[in-house]
Design a protein around this ligand. Structure first.
Ligand code: KDG
Length: 303
């Protein structure tokens, strides 16, 4: 999607200027991976409009493979606006009937997954339209049949759908998910359990790796039956949006590096910490050198 935001806090109605950027959980993850040198592709649909060009240019500029992005002549590219009023962030979506809401089973050829280790999906897609709700389980099954592991981030967005619908859609995905990522707040909104009950229940539903993201507090996880806790990194938060996607990119990159569960979680927390220190959904994500320096707590004099 295109993201429209004023450069300073305040009500949108009084904004004298806005900036155009992009957002979108899946493209954020792809960009996060690409910045770390992990080859990543993005499957989506964009309008044949100027906003579609903007999204395509920015995602491509990050080195993400966009060959599987479909352009749709009669649908607009999705849009979202954000404002910060008395310290609280609010987003407004303009994505009903968007090009991305036409994602449906059969969207991509299994050949798109050739050489892939993971297909990363998020629950947001399921909220866009009935056909995009069907896309998610189809995509997960297609990946599994091709021997590709599936990671799934619940990513509940209360402005798009009701908790009961989001919960049912997520639960239907679980048998075909290898890595499940869920935020503590959304877990409580959907399942109402405490963190530990939530982890156990979700881990019993299929995924071998279940990670509960707890923001600045880090994360807890059950990985192949082992329970782990990983603390967050103390940083000054400027903008929380995109942190979960950064976390997902870190977790997947570390898995692909062959790191063990504790290091995967630590890397994921570090990526989240990078993200929240900058404005924008993905702009602050690090390259490999920056991430390594942060993980090693090496001081970079910057000049
Ligand atoms: O996780 C960050 C995303 O929420 C943001 O980039 C936009 O995909 C988005 C959404 O639907 O909120």
């Amino acid at each position: 999607m295109v993201l429209v935001a004023p450069p300073t806090p305040g009500r949108l109605r009084h904004a004298g200027a806005v900036t155009l950027s992009i957002g979108g959980a899946e493209s954020n993850v792809a960009i996060g991976l690409s910045r770390l040198g992990v080859p990543a592709g993005w499957v989506s649909a964009l309008g044949e409009d100027e906003l579609g060009e903007l999204v395509l240019h920015r995602v491509r500029a990050e080195g993400v493979d966009t060959r599987a992005v479909r352009r749709v002549a009669d649908r607009p590219t999705g849009l979202y606006l954000r404002e910060e009023v008395v310290g609280a962030l609010r987003v407004y979506y303009y994505r009903s009937g968007s090009a991305a809401s036409t994602l449906a089973p059969g969207e991509f050829d299994a050949a798109v997954l050739d050489g892939a280790e993971y297909l990363h999906l998020t629950g947001i897609t399921g909220a866009l339209s009935p056909e995009s709700a069907e896309f998610l389980p189809w995509a997960a099954r297609t990946a599994r049949e091709a021997g590709v592991r599936v990671s799934y981030d619940v990513n509940y967005r209360s402005r798009l759908w009701e908790p009961a619908a989001a919960r049912a859609a997520s639960e239907a995905m679980l048998p075909n998910v290898d890595v499940l990522l869920v935020g503590d707040e959304e877990a409580r909104a959907l399942w109402g359990w405490d963190d530990h009950a939530c982890l156990d229940q979700l881990a019993d539903s299929g995924p071998a790796e279940v990670v509960l993201k707890r923001g600045a507090r880090g994360c807890v996880a059950v990985v192949d039956g082992e329970r782990l806790t990983s603390p967050g990194f103390p940083v000054r938060q400027v903008d929380p949006i995109g942190a979960g996607d950064a976390f997902a990119a870190g977790y997947l990159a570390a898995s692909l590096d062959g790191l063990g569960p504790a290091d995967r979680l630590r890397t994921a927390n570090a990526m989240g910490a990078f993200c929240v220190q900058n404005r924008g959904d993905y702009e602050g994500l690090p390259n490999r050198r920056e991430l390594t320096a942060f993980l090693n707590q090496t001081v970079d004099l910057g000049r």
